[in-house]
Design a protein around this ligand. Sequence first.
Ligand SMILES: [Cu+2]
Length: 153
Amino acid sequence: MILSKLRWWALPSLLAFSYLPHAYGQSPQPTNLPAVRQIIVPDEDRFTPFAITVRVGQPVVWINNDTDDHTVVSNDIFNTAGHRGINVLLKANGGKFVLVFRHAGMFPFYCRFHSMLDADSQPKAPGPDGGIQDSNGNFGTPMNGVITVVGDD
Ligand SMILES: [Cu+2]
């Protein structure tokens, strides 16, 4: 019996050490840090999920898991969330891009390789070389998405 051989003066430090893993090594992340939201490009020409909602200050990361390059371009006609003029390359096989929004609004975006804006600034598929292919072989859906930012302005 180990406990029976312990000295009385050893007990306080034993109790203190039993709390250490909770206080230091194994404590969870502080809950006031917002979780990073991911928008993935899978092995096809789309952003998934298409639409997400984040809070002000919550980071968004785009990750390109496709074997082709893609882009993130802000659709500034409808962009009310800031970060106007975004036009970045997401390199193939793991390229990443992070934005943190500082005020509430909408952030519509598209990939300029696999989507184009029509006369009303709405994304449309650019033709047989881009967009999401359906079961009939048509590329009818442009590669785009939207972020809704909520919270304090
Ligand atoms: Cu693309």
